[in-house]
Design a protein around this ligand. Structure first.
Ligand SMILES: [Ca+2]
Ligand SMILES: [Ca+2]
Ligand SMILES: [Ca+2]
Length: 341
């Protein structure tokens, strides 16, 4: 076997599919001498034959490819070997995975095969193409310029501001997010951060009430949303203003005045306060302040919890709470003087 053929066999065996990446060999452009071993009359003669390395012409190339294309023909490089040797072509690329760019025996480069081009991430790729005749090699530099495509979704406004009445039922639509979809591949919306705790945002961008709202508890919500087209994200701020709608419970009197006999003991009914809820809530009553022994029951009935002092005037404040709002009223209770007075 010729030494050159043996070296080439080694080289072909190492390169396998014609693609490899790794430490680049030292550049060798000068002619290289290969040996031929012959046996003649029990003597070994070494004659030397000059090998000329392959030559790329030209040795720099610039190709343009639109982003988001995959497996496309990127361009063709031209290589020749002065000796007519077979030239094995391989691709070195520092920035993408092994196998992302391939080259065939004709010098035609295709790709990307693994990671798509993304103009927004990287505008150029540089490949080193190596042509090897088994003994020597030459290199060409290929610059791939990625051209831009409109592929980034964009919210149609930022921020989105919505108003919702605090009495809106769970499930009520607050508003809808909208964004451009340049690739027409479909968009997915989601909450990214912030306080959206009382709202749902569907993948279609529809915002609905998730929990009962209350202006007094929280009058505004602010959160950030994303829209995703599978390639890129955009984000926007959402502001939801809660509009006050609930009214406080209304007592049937501006104030109450009750009297009690001079010998009123514990557990005696004194009188009733009544409030109604404009939002049809269930009212509970509480005595928030009192200078006497009184309690109030669920229906607004006031009872004594101990004997009252004859001739005393007691002042109570009663609060009605319907779960949405509260209101208060003053109650005066006058106790009669005893007969001995
Ligand atoms: Ca050659
Ligand atoms: Ca892109
Ligand atoms: Ca783009």
């Amino acid at each position: 076997m010729l030494l050159g053929e043996w070296l080439r066999a080694l080289s072909n065996g190492a390169s396998g599919t014609g693609f490899r990446r790794g430490r680049r060999p030292r550049r060798r452009r000068r002619p290289y001498y290969r040996g031929r071993i012959e046996t003649l009359e029990n003597r070994t003669l070494l004659s030397e034959v000059v090998n000329s390395p392959p030559v790329f012409n030209p040795d720099t190339y610039t190709f343009q490819v639109q982003e988001n294309t995959t497996g496309a023909v990127i361009g063709t490089v031209s290589v020749s070997d002065p000796d007519g040797d077979y030239v094995n072509l391989i691709v070195y690329d520092g920035d993408t995975p092994l196998g992302n760019f391939l080259i065939d025996d004709n010098g035609t480069i295709t790709g990307p095969h693994i990671v798509a081009f993304d103009y927004e991430a990287q505008q150029t790729h540089t490949l080193i193409i190596q042509g090897d005749d088994g003994v020597s090699f030459d290199e060409a530099t290929v610059t791939i310029q990625i051209t831009d495509q409109d592929d980034v979704p964009q919210f149609t406004q930022d921020p989105f501001t919505f108003d919702i009445g605090e009495s809106a039922a769970v499930g009520t639509v607050v508003g809808t997010l909208t964004a451009t979809d340049p690739l027409n591949t479909g968009l997915t919306y989601s909450v990214y951060s912030g306080d959206a705790s009382d709202f749902d945002v569907s993948v279609d961008g529809v915002i609905t009430v998730k929990n009962p709202l209350n202006y007094l508890l929280q009058s505004q919500y602010t959160f950030t949303v994303d829209v995703d087209n599978g390639l890129h994200l955009d984000n926007a701020t959402v502001i939801i203003n809660v509009i006050e709608e609930y009214q406080p419970p209304q007592f049937d009197s501006d104030s109450y005045y009750f009297t009690a006999s001079e010998n009123t003991g514990a557990g005696v009914y004194i009188g009733t306060v009544t409030a109604t809820s404009p939002q049809n809530g269930t009212i509970t009553y509480v005595i928030s302040s009192s200078d006497g022994p009184f309690e109030i029951r669920d229906n607004g009935d006031i009872y004594t919890t101990a004997a009252l002092e004859p001739g005393m005037t007691y002042i109570l404040t009663v609060v009605a709470d319907d779960g949405f709002r509260t209101n208060s009223v003053d109650v005066q209770i006058d106790v009669a003087w005893g007969p001995e007075w």
